[in-house]
Write a new protein. Structure first.
Length: 293
């Protein structure tokens, strides 16, 4: 299979897995501090990837990949900002709306890709990014033209926007900072750095959390986000980033609102009005334009 196609398949799976964290996170965001949840999830994620490395006998390469550890501090910092603001934003932002904010990352990723890697984008790419951004804004403002014209952004969406900017910078930075290390090793140290950063900054929240009284759904969310929406997605993004331009990697974020809708239906949550769903349709059209060669 061509390397580019493998990158596309990786990002298709990425978009589906990420969507689950929006829906599950929206249901437990007010029950546990974002730093406490994310410190545990990333420690779990690092442990999972470390176990895979151990089973494959790859610890020698992983130890060698620790050269210039400051690189993982940068990537971990971007990830920490993204995930903590995501769960902080989900305290007030509906999952579909938060997912729509996430679809703004391709525009920002395209800019970072040009600044860091000089990856050029043609008129069709910019048209697609603009179309996707329009669809995202339509969902974020709940199809309310008055709110759109006044640019009244909800608090949760505004908080999460800064995290999405960090995520957009993360994608091209993988190429900038990777020195040929195996993807699994690179992923392990990135996850470890993220867990350490969040753990140090959020130790008070971790200590204050009454872990024994958390309801089962919180533990399900922790397990899902730790394994599927962290260790797997970090690996998938790094895998795809080495095979596709930054704009095409992040193009798959346009599928996230659609996947979130499916997750919401599966979890028995109400679906946004039809007029709001028109914005989701625009993001899908943007994806089609971005993936066209």
């Amino acid at each position: 299979m061509p390397e580019a196609r493998r990158g596309h398949l990786a990002m298709l799976l990425f978009s589906a897995l990420v969507a689950g964290s929006f829906s599950l996170g929206g249901q437990v965001a007010n029950e546990i501090a974002p730093t406490a949840l994310n410190a545990v999830r990333f420690a779990l994620s690092a442990a999972v990837v470390g176990a895979v490395i151990g089973l494959r006998g790859g610890w020698t390469a992983t130890a060698a990949a620790l050269a210039a550890p400051w690189r993982y501090g940068i990537l971990g910092g971007f990830f920490a900002l993204y995930f903590v603001t995501m769960f902080e934003g989900l305290k007030t932002a509906p999952p579909v709306s938060a997912a729509a904010v996430f679809t703004l990352t391709p525009v920002m990723s395209g800019v970072f890709g040009y600044v860091l890697l000089r990856q050029m984008m043609g008129a069709r790419i910019w048209l697609a990014l603009g179309l996707g951004a329009a669809g995202a804004l339509w969902v974020i403002f709940r199809a309310d033209l008055t709110a759109l014209m006044a640019f009244e952004i909800g608090r949760g969406e505004a908080i999460f926007f800064w995290g999405c900017m960090a995520h957009a910078a993360y994608t091209p930075m993988v190429r900038v900072l990777n020195r040929g290390e195996p993807i699994l090793s690179f992923t392990f140290w990135t996850l470890t750095a993220t867990a350490l950063i969040i753990g140090v900054l959020g130790w008070r929240d971790i200590a204050a959390t009454d872990w024994g009284t958390l309801r089962p759904l919180v533990w399900v969310t922790l397990a899902y986000t730790g394994v599927a929406a962290s260790s797997m997605t970090v690996f998938l993004v790094q895998f795809a980033s080495m095979r596709l331009p930054s704009s095409k990697v992040m193009a798959y974020t346009y599928l996230t609102p659609s996947w979130v809708l499916m997750w919401e239906l599966a979890l028995g949550q109400p679906v946004p009005p039809l007029l709001v769903l028109a914005g989701v349709g625009l993001t899908i059209a943007a994806l089609a334009l971005l993936l066209k060669d």
